[in-house]
Design a protein around this ligand. Structure first.
Ligand code: CAO
Length: 417
């Protein structure tokens, strides 16, 4: 027996509505209270429930159609219908129209519609929640409802949106409003380079995603400076410039071996730490087109002169825009040195997927009090900082890293080995 479903009188002076969703298809079986149609009018959003058990045999309207009271919408072949010959009483319960303006209000005024399954996939949600989800472009299938029978509530939608915002890795929307800066004086417009843009996005993403903490420290590099002078002379004979950086890279690699969490990455799930047994140090290089970070591989296995040579080569390549992707990948820890320029201290931004970065500032001669001799002596002091991902590294571990790094620089035996 075929039961014809027509649009009932929606009341409240509504004589037509738009079909916003048809959650059933021909061949689907439906039970009483299953939603077979979702309509929207100027004033209300409403679900049309099935009154019978049966199989959808024909759908006569499409999503987006305007339908009017009394119009034939679809046909259901009734499963356990009355005996042949008995007339089926045409009866469609008039759904309670729900105000469009306030989905929260919708839930309050029409609770009887909230627990109806919204589709053949078993999603339970009120029309208000459905409409809100459509407006926001959210697929209700991806939300676990917290209401009775797993019904999706407005709070579930809000919680889902919040989660998406937290997880979002995209850049923040830029301020769209144009400001005419020339109102207040002369200006020049300079286009950002490709490197500026890529670096800017990566830095912004890292700053937003990683809970940063920066630990500051000082290292006494008086002896190291003497050693460097000797190495510098050796290097000069071979055409290699020895700066502090290769010595710092070597010291960092040693401490990373001792404190492996600093040489790790969180995996894509954020549930596991990948601890690496290779020590590839990225070096921030300032170039005319922007900041790049070439990576010097296997720092622990190379001598100071080799590292100096490699550093010269990669910084030259970087400044000539000649780095290839391989030169910039695989880093496990980054050093950003402003020591050749100046400044006292700075907080570098972690370079993901790494979990820590060192910032090095310009060394200065300072009077340091010696407890043993009870005298002040002039020492060459290098300020440095370590910014780290607090999800991976704790403050105590970072302070220990800082202390150990200072010790290693002070004890120059390791550079002679
Ligand atoms: N204290 C004192 N002197 C230092 C020093 C320090 N911490 N670091 C470097 N110097 C000295 C060097 O030893 C060198 O002195 P000599 O000429 O007497 O040998 C001089 O300063 C110049 O060094 P350099 O900067 O040319 O070489 P480097 O190896 O220290 O650095 C490089 C190489 C490529 C890292 C650097 O040129 C560079 O680009 N730095 C900028 C990095 C940057 O922009 N970071 C910021 C990122 S966040 O925006």
């Amino acid at each position: 027996m075929i039961k014809e479903i027509t649009l009932p009188d929606l009341g409240e002076g509504i004589d037509g509505a738009e079909v916003s969703e048809i959650p059933v298809s021909p061949g689907d079986t439906v039970s009483p209270d299953d939603t077979i149609l979702v309509l929207e009018s100027d004033k209300a959003s409403m679900e049309i429930p099935s009154e019978v058990s049966g199989t959808i045999s024909e759908i006569l309207i499409s999503s987006g159609d305007e339908v009017i009271t009394g119009q034939l919408l679809l046909k259901i072949e009734v499963a356990d219908g009355p005996e042949k010959g008995e007339q089926i009483k045409e009866e469609v319960v008039t759904p309670e129209p729900q105000p469009k303006d306030d989905p929260a209000e919708t839930q309050k005024t029409a609770p009887q519609l909230e627990t109806q399954p919204s589709s053949n996939k078993g999603v339970f949600a009120s029309p208000g929640v459905r409409r809100l989800s459509r407006e926001l472009g959210i697929n209700l299938d991806s939300i676990n409802g917290s209401g009775p029978k797993g019904r999706i509530t407005k709070d579930d939608l809000h919680a889902y949106i919040k989660l998406q915002m937290v997880m979002s890795s995209g850049p923040l929307p830029r301020v769209k409003k144009e400001i005419d800066f020339s109102t207040w004086g002369n200006v020049e417009v300079e286009k950002l380079t490709r490197v500026n843009k890529i670096t800017g996005e990566r830095l912004q993403q890292a700053w937003q995603e990683i809970p940063h903490v920066t630990q500051y420290g000082d290292a006494d590099i008086t002896e190291l400076e003497n050693l460097r002078k000797n190495l510098k002379d050796d290097g000069a004979k071979k055409g290699v410039k020895v700066t502090f950086l290769p010595l710092l890279m070597k010291a960092v690699a040693l401490v990373l071996k001792e404190m492996p969490k600093f040489n790790s990455s969180l995996d894509h799930t954020g549930q596991n730490l990948i601890i690496k047994s290779y020590y590839h140090i990225g070096i921030a290089v300032d170039t005319p087109t922007g900041l790049t970070v070439p990576v010097v591989k296997d720092v622990d296995k190379k001598g100071i002169l080799d590292l100096s040579k490699e550093l010269m080569d990669v910084s030259e390549k970087a400044r000539g825009n000649k780095l290839n992707p391989d030169d910039m990948s695989g880093g496990t820890f980054t050093i950003s040195s402003l020591g050749g320029i100046g400044g006292t201290n700075f907080s570098p931004i972690v370079n993901p997927p790494e979990v820590a970065i060192m910032g090095v500032s310009k060394s200065e001669w300072k009077p340091v009090y010696d407890q043993k001799t009870k005298e002040f002596t002039a020492r060459y002091i290098m300020p440095f900082s370590i910014s780290y991902d607090h999800r991976v590294v704790d403050g105590a571990y970072a302070a220990a890293f800082s202390e150990r790094f200072s010790q290693v620089l002070n004890d120059i035996k390791i550079f002679k080995e």
